[in-house]
Design a protein around this ligand. Structure first.
Ligand code: AMP
Ligand code: GLY
Length: 420
């Protein structure tokens, strides 16, 4: 079976590894891939926004399944274009991807279906938004509508901060035609909940907790994610039941009834509040770095799970996980998420991976004269498994000591909420 993976991050490296380990014989291609993905796949020099070349390559080479990792190509309609050429795709359609690309689309589904979420109002006029702000209490959340790579969300402690954020969004920094939502601040603990959806049937996966902020103690600016761990002690079976009944099932059913079925992995960002779980946002793809931690615990065959998803066969799919814990620490280049230093040489990965519980996934790396270079913002994802989160954490931080590059930055407190 021929598989094509779109993307070049740690998430796609972890997916490539799991596909490689499948009992279904396969050959993997990646567009564009990275030096880690190269261990399992043939990497092609095509950009992930070059839909035309991706479609041509897939058709010419009889690709049996395309797995799209990041949100941008999905939201720009790559699944629809591939499906027109009769290629199977693990990712939702452009229409369904509005669950991530349009905050107002998701809020409307939530409202119509009584899905618990923060109260909100949508604005496309700056003066109206500022006027409305006057009537509110802080803290308050301001969000640019549309994709903003995690940078369009402002948690504002004061009205001054809130009005500055409104002005920033309407300056056109994120999109040409700016609009925003102003929403209630939810207090609680945040979790990332994942489920496979085949249009109609749903199979929940294990969930994870992500550390989005740059600095220890979950402080500082938002990033793509500085580390993650699974399982999440806060998600008891009772809460998982509520998430499925009140949030995931009504969403999937609304999309199905609308004749715009959702297919792929649905990632709900949840706040576990005093009142129960509430939806913060949806993403229409796997989380990065959550996936790196989660897939290390997967006992089932990822390729077979993905084929069941695209073939509408999830109803009887059994998904099993190792009864262990897994944790990922992101090694970034100093300065990330703003202007970061780059291009120092990385050494020590092989040494770090000598421990069987350790896997180092590549995110922003490149090869130059056989040397590995730290070229991106998030560079490596050091993932460790163990019998407990404590054990996994200890192993991950020991491994990190062995990996060297001059501009290495990482958080030393990943999973602090799960420590006793
Ligand atoms: P989003 O892009 O909507 O996921 O927002 C980014 C991050 O901002 C989330 O992961 C939360 O940590 C935080 N956030 C977003 N909306 C809210 C809210 N209504 N209340 C509290 N925190 C929020
Ligand atoms: N780690 C959060 C995300 O993938 O959006």
């Amino acid at each position: 079976m021929k598989i094509l993976i779109i993307g070049n991050g740690g998430r796609e490296h972890a997916i490539a590894r799991s596909i490689y380990l499948s009992s279904i014989p396969n050959k993997i291609y990646a567009i564009p891939g990275n030096p880690g993905i190269m261990q399992y796949a043939e990497c092609l020099n095509i950009s992930s926004d070059n839909h035309k070349d991706i479609c041509n390559f897939s058709i010419r080479n009889n690709i049996n399944l395309v797995i799209i990792g990041p949100e941008v190509p999905i939201c720009n309609g790559l699944s629809d274009e591939l499906e027109k050429g009769n290629i199977k795709v693990f990712a939702p359609s452009k229409f369904a991807s509005q669950l991530e690309s349009s905050k107002s689309f998701t809020k409307e589904i939530a409202y119509k279906n009584n899905i618990p979420t923060a109260a909100y109002k949508w604005f496309n006029k700056q003066d109206r938004a500022l006027q409305y702000l006057d009537s509110l209490n802080t803290p308050i959340v301001i969000k640019a509508d549309g994709l903003a790579a995690g940078k369009g969300v402002f948690i504002c402690e004061s009205k001054k901060e809130a009005s500055e954020s409104i002005n920033e969004i309407f300056s056109g920094k994120f999109t040409d035609n700016p609009s925003l939502i102003i929403e209630e601040f939810l207090n609680g603990e945040e979790v990332s909940f994942f489920a496979l959806v085949d249009g109609k049937d749903i199979q929940p996966l294990i969930s994870a907790q992500d550390h989005k902020r740059l600095l220890e103690g979950d402080k500082g600016p938002n990033t793509g994610g500085m580390g993650a761990y699974t399982p999440t002690p806060i998600l008891t079976n009772n809460i998982i039941g509520q998430v499925m009944n009140k949030i995931i099932e009504p969403t999937v059913s609304a999309m199905y009834k609308n004749n715009t079925p959702y297919k792929g992995v649905l990632f709900a960002g949840l706040m576990i509040t005093e009142k129960g779980p509430e939806l913060i946002e949806y993403n229409i793809r796997f989380g990065d770095p959550e996936t790196q931690a989660m897939l290390m615990l997967l006992k089932s065959d990822l390729l077979s799970m993905m084929l069941d998803t695209v073939n509408g066969d999830l109803k009887n799919t059994k998904i099993t996980w190792k009864n262990e814990a897994s944790l990922t620490v992101v090694l970034a280049n100093k300065g990330y998420p703003l202007n970061y230093k780059k291009d120092s040489i990385i050494t020590g990965i092989e040494d770090a991976e000598k421990d069987p519980g350790i896997k180092v996934f590549h995110a922003g790396t490149r090869l130059e004269n056989k040397r590995l270079i730290a070229s991106g913002g998030r560079v490596l994802n050091v993932t460790a498994t163990g019998l407990s989160i404590e054990e996994a954490r200890k192993k991950a931080y020991n491994a990190i000591e062995k990996i060297k590059f001059k501009t290495k930055y990482y958080r030393k407190d990943i999973a602090w909420r799960a420590m006793n």
